[in-house]
Design a protein around this ligand. Sequence first.
Ligand SMILES: Cc1ncc(COP(=O)(O)O)c(C=O)c1O
Length: 363
Amino acid sequence: MNDLIRPKPGILDIALYEGGAAHVAGLSDAIKLSSNENPFGPSDKAKEAFSRAVHKLNRYPSTDHAGLRQAIGEVHGLDPAQIICGVGSDELIRMIVNAYAGPKDEVLFTEHGFLMYRIAALGAGATPVAVPERERTTDVDALLKACSKKTKLVFLANPNNPTGTMIGLAELERLATGLPKQAILVIDGAYAEYVEGYDGGAELATRLPNVFMTRTFSKIYGLGGLRIGWGYGPRHIVDVLNRIRDPFNLSTAQLETAEAAMRDQDWIARCRDDNTRLRGWLAEALAEKGVPSDTSTANFILARFGSEDEAVACDEFLKKDGLIVRRVAGYGLPNCLRITVGDEPSCRRVAHMIGQFKAGASA
Ligand SMILES: Cc1ncc(COP(=O)(O)O)c(C=O)c1O
């Protein structure tokens, strides 16, 4: 690189995103509880659709994603014309930032919000603004207070990652209707399916002109390895996003697997029920061992330790036993570890080992 070849302002301020670790050196049977994946994997019907797609590899995929949008529309009771699909919800986050924010504009998100919001804002040359939360929960008043003429987008993951907390629909509506007229509220519903009876903000995105919702197949649908997400909102926003979307952004395998996964809601209901049961058990087991957490509405628990040193020591202790959890110092939570709710043996093992750690620490 010479002095004249420089990226746009903001790019070099981006800290590289680190995914959850997947391996422990020297151990072949490590259990990964670091990326909020579904331990039960995708529906069998989705796997069969993926296998069938191998016979079409020579053909370009559909550009309009009509089959997948139709399936999403039918399952969620939404107009397929207001749905857009992307390479994970990450692509939708990036698209909406690129389309609506640039230099001198501000992109707001909550203090412990998902790191992609900052990355996408800096990538677009916009200014990322982190807004304080209250007790690791979104503070609507603080968000409204932080808004200005420069605010173009407000991102809110609900439930939030990595805190696991969420706010209700009335609070979401108060936020949406209180924003400056030029600002869009993006409700990120990556974990919405884990909340019984919650629509992820779909009804608000149907009714209000400034609300857009993002969803993913990476979490409860068990398809993190395939990279598919979708968004839903007012036609004027979907139309803008489609103009900057790559025409062939999703492959045939992605589209057909996601469609089959969406149509198998029995599998999703089973995964939600198992997660609710195991999450409750794990939270209680950890609390009994002196490790509290906020009530989680997602597929992970944010375990709180007495100090950063204790959280780091516990992380190391678990790793030696082949249990990989997630440190979240980068999210402003240095004394916490985020633990994905795994299958029952994984939950029992992680609870047991944290108990061992605490017993050793107090011995
Ligand atoms: C809150 C939130 N939003 C979005 C994503 C991105 O998901 P994907 O790009 O896999 O759809 C994640 C992934 O961890 C997340 O936690």
